[in-house]
Design a protein around this ligand. Structure first.
Ligand code: AMP
Length: 481
């Protein structure tokens, strides 16, 4: 179905053509008519599916012919996301005489006050805290808001914004006098309560069960002792044909340290995390967008707003705390119909987190080892690292010793290099010859994998089954797999 049949205003359609979208994405096809009819909406859509245009396009269409005042409010958890939505909105409003502005913390409040007081905006994108500050200073009134969007609503609740959301809801016209659109990957209890208060008979559009990454993403797990993660990452970055790589760490300090280390090792790298000033954060994103750096090390919060075209790889330097974080992180690649790779470096002590992610995904992810990389592990440890299996020393017909893991190559052409599917019999000494192939495995258990076996349940004879915490630690202090 072409965009023209969705009922959007001709000037908005013109802008859609000018940004180069040829067809609406599934969320756009389903959400746009529902929004244009004036319904409240709860939308669950995968990251990178064109969700922003799904709500901004119909909102702008509805506002084009009306009076100029603050009529649409988009609340979003992070300043990066606010900036991103604003940039998209301005592109979509290119031919309409509508003002779009953003307010968020981390930058001086003065210019935002001036924008609101003197220029006026029709659509405001805001983070909750800064919006409340501006309201307290009487720089913005929400009395005329006709459409409210809660974007990445689960993350706003996760980040502790639920009380702010409630305060903001009280400043708005009541639910019957406004339209409310809520987009969220999950519906935690607290959010359900907010939705009940804020919405009237919402139409639900569930495009993808939460916790499912976009289709074009190939995922792989690299088991590695924690102390070797930097070395492995360094190798990976040297070997893959990298276009644009996002590396995620859990902590701000971790992101800063890792980006310095990578710089020292000769990889031009930028860092994006909450301890950086807004200017530094914007510069880091711009450097990545313009290709001045190919690697950006970021924390989860920062990941929410990143929409850089052509991210070829997302690398989780740490296993994310929650399945949601995992989905959001890897959603930075494979946006809309692109493809991308998502690698996760997993230390033995991170196996429980990975098991939770695999449970949420409903499948095991392939384990991969990098040929020629010195894991400084004994074969037995390597065997265990591949999902806690009993190490299996295998004599190849040609006399090499290899260790069996579980992944199966998907065989997508143009593999970006340097990785050995764990299921391939490969010598530990790195004799993997020729053009090494990557484990382009489907993200589902394969014939060689033990389907459904959780990685938190090592089956090797040394460990038996049981929680990782109870596993022994070897003499060098490394946790066993
Ligand atoms: P979002 O899920 O809103 O973060 O969008 C992800 C990316 O998809 C953004 O870079 C959009 O510019 C792009 N996008 C949105 N809608 C379309 C479309 N119909 N066709 C192609 N790209 C799109």
């Amino acid at each position: 179905m072409p965009f023209a049949q969705l009922g959007l205003h001709p000037l908005i359609l013109k802008a859609v053509r000018s940004v180069g979208y040829s067809e609406p994405t599934p969320i756009q096809r389903r959400a746009i008519p529902v929004i244009l009819e004036g319904n409240d909406l709860i939308g669950a859509a995968q990251t990178g599916t064109g969700k922003t245009a799904a709500f901004i396009l119909p909102i702008l269409s509805q506002m084009i012919d009306g009076p100029h005042r603050l009529r649409a409010l988009v609340l979003t958890p992070t300043r990066e996301l606010a900036a991103q939505i604003t940039a998209n909105g301005k592109a979509y409003a290119k031919y309409a005489r509508l003002n779009i502005g953003a307010v968020y913390g981390g930058v001086p409040i003065g210019p935002q006050e001036r924008m609101l007081r003197h220029e006026g905006v029709d659509l405001l994108v805001a983070t909750p805290g800064r919006l409340l500050d501006l309201n307290t200073r009487q720089s913005v009134s929400l009395d005329d808001v006709e459409v409210l969007v809660l974007d990445e609503a689960d993350r706003m609740v996760d980040m502790g914004f639920a009380p702010d959301l409630r305060r903001i809801l009280k400043l708005l016209p009541p639910p019957r006098d406004r339209q409310t659109l809520l987009f969220s990957a999950t519906m935690p209890k607290e959010l359900n309560a907010v939705a009940r208060e804020a919405m009237i008979d919402p139409v639900r559009i569930d495009l993808a069960p939460p916790s499912r990454p976009a289709a074009g993403i190939t995922q792989a797990i690299y088991p590695v002792p924690r102390n070797l993660k930097v070395d492995l990452l360094d190798e990976l970055l040297s070997r893959i044909e990298l276009n644009c790589v996002l590396v995620f760490t859990r902590t701000k300090r971790g992101a800063e340290r890792l980006s310095r280390l990578l710089q020292k090792r000769g990889h031009p790298t930028a860092a994006l995390h909450g301890d950086r000033t807004q200017g530094q954060r914007e510069r880091a994103l711009l450097d990545l967008k313009r290709g001045r750096v190919r690697i950006l090390v970021a924390t989860d919060i920062a990941s929410r707003g990143i929409d850089v075209r052509g991210i070829s790889h997302v690398i989780n330097y740490d296993v994310p705390h929650t399945p949601d974080d995992y989905i959001h992180r890897i959603g930075r690649t494979g946006r809309v119909d692109a493809v991308g790779d998502a690698f996760t470096l997993m230390a033995p002590e991170e196996r429980d987190e990975l098991a939770a992610i695999e449970r949420a995904l409903g499948r095991t992810l392939p384990r991969v080892m990098l040929p020629d990389f010195d894991y400084k592990m004994r074969p037995a440890e390597i065997g265990q690292s591949m999902r806690g299996e009993a190490p299996e020393r295998h004599r190849e017909p040609h006399g090499r010793t290899s260790v069996h893991g579980r992944a199966e190559p998907r065989g997508r052409s143009g593999a970006s290099g340097g990785h050995a599917p764990a299921s391939e019999s490969r010598p530990r000494n790195g004799a993997a010859s020729g053009a090494p192939s990557h484990a382009r495995s489907e993200d589902r258990p394969t014939a060689t994998s033990r389907a459904g076996q959780s990685s938190s349940q090592p089956a090797g004879p040394e460990h038996g089954r049981g929680p990782r915490r109870s596993q022994p630690t070897d003499r060098r202090g490394r946790g066993r797999w």
